[in-house]
Design a protein around this ligand. Structure first.
Ligand code: PRX
Length: 629
C-alpha cells in the first residue's frame, strides 16, 4: 500500500470479517455494477405495505426519489415488525440517568406502548400527517418516544438540540411552523439544571404557530405553565385518549419523515429534509453492514438525538436492525472520567460509536480510568463527526478496544443521512482515513475546475451518485438545495469538505471548505456566531474562524470591532463570550476574542476569514489582490 503522510496501514489479523459482508471487495464490485439492484435487495429485507415500482427515479435530478410507489412507515420496521417475532420481548432501549440512579428499560413491546401513547396524545393536540412538531428534549427516553410517535402518525419531527438558546430555538420553530413543541422542565448537565421550559417560553413568545407545549417532568423545579398552552406529559398519559394502541400511518416512501436544522454558510440554518422509505433502507443497511449488527448486540451511540448521528444511529438504525440501543443522559467525564467505561462494562456494550473529540478528552485523563474496567464485551468501535488523528485512533484501538476491535471511522453528514465513506469490518484499517465509499457509492476528489486530482492530492470531495438516505431538499428552499449542493459541479453532490484519496482508494478527510467550523464535532456556521455577536450593543462587526485545538478539533476564535464608546478589555470579552452562549448555544462560546480596529475585507465587502486565519496562525497571508484599500 502506498504510504501517505500519517498513513499506518493496519491489516490486523485479529479483526474478524463482518458476518453480513464476508467479502467486502466482491460486494463492492457487485454493488458498483448495479447500485439500484443492491439497494432493492436491501429494501426487500424490510416490510412494505405496498412494493415500489421504481427503485430510483432520477428524471428530475437532483430531486431524486427512491422506492417510488412503495408504501411503508419507518416505524413499521423500527417497531411493529419486531412485535410479531422473537424480538417482541427483547430490550429495544436501555436508558441511564446522568447521576446513575435511574435506569429504565423498554422491550420492543413496551417501547411500542409508549410510542403509541405519545402518538395518541400528539394526535389529540390536532397534529396531522405532514404537520411539523418541534422536539426540544434532553437525552431521556421521551425523546425517542416523541420521534417515533411523530413518524408513526406521519407528522414531521424537527428535533432541536437541547443546548440551543431561545433565539436559535425560536427561529427554528418559526421556520418549521410547528403547532406543537415537546419539551421538559429542564435537563441535567453535569449536575446542574439547564432550564429548557424557560427557554421554550422565551422562544414561543415570537412563534405564532405554536398552539400546544407538552412538558415532560425531568428536573422537578418550579416552572411557569400557561394553562391554555402547556400540558404536563404525565397528566396527559392518564387521560383516556392516551391509549396504548395506535395504527401506524401508511406512508408513501417519499413522504417526509423529519427535518433537521444544520449550519451552513449563511446565518440562517437550513432544514435538511429526510423521507420514510430511502432513509429507512439506508440507515438500516449501513448500520447492519458497518457495525456487523448481530441479534445479541448492544449498540451505544453517544451522540445526542438533537444531531443527525443520534437520529440515524441512536434511534432509527439500531431499532431497524432489531438491536438494543443504549442511551445515557450524561457525558463522558461526569462525575469521573471512568463513566463511559463503567457503563460499557456494566451493560455489556458490544459496539461503541463516539466522536474523536470525546476520545481526545478522555485520553487526557490517562489509561488508568479505562483500565479499571472489563471492556471485553466490546466487539467494534466507531467514530464520527471530524477527522480522527492517528494518535487518538491508536489510543481508542489499544486502550479501549484492546487491539481486538476494528475502529469504524464513518464519514457522512446531516445531508447524507447515512454513512457514505466508511470502514467495513474485515478490511485493512488506516488510522485517520475514513475508508472507502460504502457499497454502491462513488466519491471523487476534484479541483476547482472539476477535474479529478491525482491520488494523494487535496481537492473538493464530491459524491457521484444518489443514495437512498440522501436529503430530498432543503425544507421550503429547493433553490438553495440546488445551488448549494449541485451547482459547483453539475450532476455531482458537493460535500463541502476537502479530502485526499490514496492509491488504495482510501479517503482522507481534511476539513470543511466552507464557512462551517466543526467544534467538538458540532457543526457551527461562522455567520451564526457572528450574528450572535453583533446582536450585542458593543459590537459593530465580527468575524469568526476556527483554529486547531488539541481536544475540540477546532476552537472558535473571533475578531470583534467595537462600536464607538466601548473599550476593549477582559471584562467585555467575557461578557461577549457569555452573550454568544446565551444567544446561540454554550457549544458556540468563543474560545478567544480579539479586539480589532478593522477587519480585512474584499472590495465587495466580504470578510476575508482566510487572511484572519493566516494571521492568527502566523502563516503567509496568500493572495491579497482582492483586499480593499
Ligand atoms: O466535515 C465533515 C465532518 O462533519 C461534517 C458533517 O457534519 P454534520 O452534518 O454535523 O454531521 C456529523 C455527523 C455525521 C462533514 O462535512 N465529518 C463527519 N464525519 C467525519 C467528518 N470528518 C472526518 N471524518 C469523519 N468520519
Amino acid at each position: 500500500m502506498t504510504k501517505l503522510e500519517g498513513d499506518v496501514s493496519y491489516p490486523d489479523p485479529a479483526i474478524g470479517a463482518s458476518s453480513h459482508v464476508p467479502d467486502p471487495d466482491g460486494l463492492r464490485r457487485a454493488a458498483a455494477a448495479d447500485p439500484a439492484g443492491f439497494w432493492a435487495d436491501r429494501a426487500a429485507e424490510l416490510e412494505w405495505y405496498e412494493p415500489w415500482d421504481t427503485v430510483l427515479d432520477d428524471a428530475n435530478a437532483p430531486f431524486f426519489t427512491w422506492f417510488v410507489g412503495g408504501k411503508t412507515n419507518i416505524v413499521r420496521n423500527a417497531i411493529d415488525r419486531h412485535l410479531a417475532g422473537p424480538n417482541k420481548n427483547k430490550l429495544a432501549l436501555i436508558w441511564l440517568s446522568e447521576d446513575g440512579t435511574e435506569h429504565r428499560t423498554f422491550s420492543y413491546f413496551s417501547l411500542a406502548r409508549q410510542v403509541n401513547q405519545m402518538a395518541n396524545i400528539i394526535v389529540s393536540m390536532g397534529v396531522r400527517k405532514g404537520d411539523r412538531v418541534t422536539i426540544y428534549l434532553p437525552r431521556i427516553p421521551e425523546v425517542v418516544f416523541a420521534m417515533l410517535a411523530c413518524a408513526k402518525i406521519g407528522a414531521v419531527h424537527s428535533v432541536i438540540f437541547a443546548g440551543f438558546s431561545a433565539d436559535a430555538l425560536q427561529s427554528r420553530i418559526d421556520d418549521s411552523e410547528s403547532k406543537l413543541v415537546i419539551t421538559a422542565d429542564g435537563s441535567w448537565v453535569n449536575g446542574s439544571i439547564f432550564p429548557l421550559k424557560d427557554i421554550v417560553d422565551d422562544a414561543a413568545r415570537h412563534t405564532p404557530s405554536v398552539e400546544n407545549v407538552i412538558v415532560v417532568k425531568r428536573t422537578g423545579q418550579d416552572v411557569a405553565m400557561d394553562p391554555l398552552r402547556d400540558h404536563w406529559y404525565h397528566d396527559l398519559t392518564v387521560l383516556p385518549i392516551a391509549k396504548g394502541r395506535c395504527e401506524t400511518e401508511v406512508m408513501d416512501a417519499e413522504d417526509p419523515l423529519y427535518i433537521l436544522y444544520t449550519s451552513g454558510s449563511t446565518g440562517k440554518p437550513k432544514a435538511i429534509l429526510h423521507t420514510h422509505g430511502g432513509y429507512m433502507v439506508g440507515t438500516y443497511t449501513t448500520l447492519k453492514y458497518c457495525f456487523d449488527i448481530r441479534p445479541e448486540d448492544r449498540f451505544w451511540c453517544t451522540a445526542d438525538p438533537g444531531w443527525v448521528t443520534g437520529h440515524s444511529y441512536l434511534v432509527y438504525g439500531p431499532l431497524l436492525t432489531g438491536a438494543t440501543t443504549f442511551m445515557f443522559e450524561g457525558g463522558p467525564t461526569y462525575p469521573y472520567p471512568n463513566r463511559w467505561f463503567q457503563l460499557i462494562e456494566y451493560y455489556g456494550i458490544t459496539a461503541f460509536y463516539t466522536a474523536p473529540t470525546a476520545i481526545r478528552s478522555l485520553m487526557r485523563f490517562g489509561e488508568a480510568w479505562p483500565n479499571r474496567h472489563d471492556l471485553s464485551s466490546l466487539r467494534l468501535l466507531g467514530t464520527v463527526g471530524e477527522p480522527i488523528n492517528p494518535e487518538a485512533w491508536h489510543w481508542f484501538h489499544r486502550v479501549v478496544g484492546k487491539q481486538r476491535c476494528p475502529v469504524i471511522d464513518t464519514w457522512w453528514q446531516t445531508e447524507t443521512g447515512m454513512f457514505q465513506i466508511t470502514q467495513v469490518p474485515g478490511e485493512p484499517q488506516k488510522p485517520g482515513s475514513a475508508g472507502k465509499p460504502f457499497f454502491g457509492q462513488e466519491a471523487e476528489i476534484l479541483d476547482d475546475a472539476g477535474n479529478p486530482v491525482p491520488d494523494g492530492e487535496e481537492g473538493f470531495l464530491v459524491l457521484k451518485n444518489p443514495w437512498p438516505a440522501m436529503m430530498r431538499t432543503l425544507f421550503k428552499d429547493d433553490e438553495r438545495y440546488v445551488s448549494q449542493y449541485w451547482s459547483k459541479y453539475p450532476g455531482k453532490y458537493l460535500a463541502g469538505d476537502s479530502a485526499r484519496r490514496d492509491a488504495d482508494g482510501y479517503f482522507w478527510i481534511i476539513g470543511r471548505t466552507d464557512d462551517v467550523i466543526k467544534v467538538s464535532g458540532h457543526r457551527l456556521g461562522t455567520a451564526e456566531i457572528e450574528s450572535a455577536l453583533v446582536s450585542h450593543p458593543a459590537v459593530a462587526e465580527a468575524a469568526a474562524i476556527g483554529l486547531p485545538h488539541d481536544v475540540k478539533g477546532n476552537a472558535i476564535h473571533v475578531f470583534v470591532v467595537l462600536r464607538l464608546g466601548y473599550e476593549p478589555g477582559e471584562g467585555l470579552a467575557e461578557e461577549l463570550r457569555r452573550h454568544v452562549s446565551q444567544h446561540l448555544s454554550p457549544i458556540a462560546k468563543p474560545d478567544w476574542i480579539d479586539f480589532a480596529e478593522k477587519l480585512p475585507k474584499t472590495r465587495s465587502g466580504k470578510i476575508m476569514r482566510r487572511v484572519l486565519k493566516a494571521r492568527a496562525l502566523g502563516q503567509p497571508e496568500g493572495d491579497l489582490s482582492t483586499l480593499e484599500e
